[in-house]
Design a protein around this ligand. Sequence first.
Ligand SMILES: [Zn+2]
Length: 192
Amino acid sequence: MKPTTLCTFFIFIIFWVVPVSGDEKVTGHMAPFIDERLSSSIELDCGVSIVENKDKRKLPVNRINNWCMKAVSRFPDFLKAKQIKINTSKQFHWVLSFLPEDHCYRCLNDLRYRFSERQFQADVIGYTDKNLQYSFVFDIESDKEFKPTVIHELFHAQSMFYGLYDKHSRDDFEKAAKDEVLADEFTNWLDK
Ligand SMILES: [Zn+2]
C-alpha cells in the first residue's frame, strides 16, 4: 500500500468506528461506566457516595445529607425497638446513583438493557442491590415520594451492609419481602 492509501485507510477506520461505539448499548452492568459518573462524587457525612446524576437534575444535597445522617444514626434504635440483634459497629459505606424514572437507556427502568438482570423486573422509583452494594433512586426532588424513597433505600442498604437482609430467610423472595416490610416501617418510624 502507498503511504497515502494507508493514511486514507486509517482515517476511514477512525470515522467508521467512533460513531458505532458511541451508539453501543450494554446489556447488564447496573453500575455506571466512568463517562456516566459525576466528575467528582458527592461524599455525604453518613458514609454514602453519590456518584451519578444522569440528567443533572438539581439535587437537594444538604437535605439528602440530613436524611442520610438521621437514617444511619437511628438505624440501631429501630433495630432495638424491633428486638433485632445485629452488629452495626462497622462504619457504613454505600454508593448511590440518581436516575430518571424512565425506560430510556441507563434510566431507572431500563429493563431492556442496563437493568435487565436485576432481581425485580418491574418499574420502580428506587432499587438497592446487595451484590453491587449500590442504590438507585429517581431524581425528582419536588415529588412527595422523593424523601421517603431515599430513606427506604437507605434502610435496604444498611440491612444488606450489616447482614440483616441475609438473616431474614434462606429464600430470596422471602428475604426481599421481609426487608420490604421493615423498610416501610423504618421510613414511617423515622418521620415521626
Ligand atoms: Zn424496597
